[in-house]
Design a protein around this ligand. Sequence first.
Ligand code: ADP
Length: 554
Amino acid sequence: MWGTKEGLDFLVSETLKARYLRKGERDWEDICERVAKAIAITEEEHLGFKDLMIRKIFLPSSPTLMNAGTEFGQFAACFVIPVEDGIEEIFDAIKTTALIQKTGGGTGFDFSQIRPDDSPSLCADGAASGPVAVMKLFNEATEIVKQFGRRRGANMGILNVSHNDIVYFIRAKHVEGELSNFNLSVLVPDTFMELVEADRVGEVWNKQTGMTVGCIFSEIVEGIWRNGEPGILFYDRINRDNFTPALGDISATNPCGEEPLLPFESCNLGSINVSFFVTDGKVNWDLLREVTGKAVRFLDNEIDKNTYPAPEIEAATKRTRKVGLGVMGFHDMLLKLGLPYDSSETLKLAEKIMEQISWAAVRESRKLAAEKEPFPEHENSTWELPMRNAALTAVAPTGTISILAGCSAGIEPVFSWVYRRTRTVGKEFMLVHPLFEAHFMSKLPEVDYNWLLEHVYKHGTLQNVENPKLVSEEEKRIFRSALDIDWKAHINVQAAFQRHCHAGISKTINMPDYAGKEDIKQALIYAWRQGLKGLTIYRTGSRQHVVLSLKKPE
Ligand code: ADP
């Protein structure tokens, strides 16, 4: 199926049917009514929230859309569950995880407390099994819960780079299909990255195992080069933005990395479609700040109305009242403004967007603190003035809600202008990006336009179109998709958003299949230096199953 409107409408209606429509509901408006009513406290809020959702200016994340106003009533997308080193503790954590995943939430774990493989266990007979074996248990539990839940569960497994089993962990997914319900991330401190940067790779990092910095780092690089895993999390950078250090250090995030959380904390996400705010080449900043205020109220209400999967989660969440407000539609916004993704204007805009949203969110959180109460741990926090929420902003992937909103996902560049979409809803069909279509359809005669579509589908890019009448140099600059953009530009955009974001940013740094291990090494060092909290790199074609797939060049 070619063409935008029908394709997108079809995709939206299939997605709604597969996941979001509850009994008796017919369309998107019905969902908005149910969700807005469940989250609002006053009638004014109810109408305001519903309007934002119907117009797809702001959307809460999937668990809220699926569960608000239903018997589940669980709204949060992000959880971090501690895993202590003991049988009882491990199976308690698995139970809590199962209860969360049943409601569509994603879970993250730091497995560093688990004693290494082959170390003596507390009961004399039988060896301890190590973090990777424990992760396999969690993975199986997720597999089972899938049959009861509304979506396939997602986990983040984290291991400190100082753990004896680190290499075993890094290699845990080398066999395709192993730990398939997990993303893996290695947690590294600045001291490790400093040694890497200084090329002091011969230094012994782990005295017990004798492993050197170079050996561990090259395992990480090799893993990423092979299949995009592990991701990396920068421990010190994350903890510099820990707004409640008195409650302990942060060593884990949710599955996609945008929410570093303390043990048992959960977080509701919501995203503003920033492309909506562009009219006639101008950004309506006043309106963006106004919408931000409403979105903060929405997410803050959720904390009180939520049905929590476990009492510890409710207690930890209500202590800090973190919410994760972010953006989607960033690349669409750039297209509407005629800005290339990899340009200095784009970096300035990115920084301004996040600065404005964070600023307006803090302002609203202060108002809420005055109206209601500040978050209970406020006195123990790094915030000077009373706040309702310890952290307010985060950029989620918006994998599904950006489809519903009909905009580009999160802050990602468009993956391809013409693509087929597979797997998510079980069908396969062709889509053309609406802003690409609007631009080239009005400019080119039909026969040329169709030729261009075929070309872009076949090659995955328009950068190699030689006829300047079809695609000018300027158009080549603007219509760059994820793989046309240099890894440094990807990281620069992520860093620009991170500068004013309280929590983290979920983003994939795409690299072409011919990228080498040296590129990956340099990208990790650069990302750390740019102040990112974590990094996910994906080299084209290195994993077999991808949701968005380009046709291979013939
Ligand atoms: P959506 O667009 O569906 O709202 P996102 O793609 O923005 O979701 O993901 C936001 C967060 O939701 C993720 O970081 C993760 O914590 C959680 N999440 C995403 N997909 C899943 C899943 N399949 N199962 C459980 N949690 C998920």
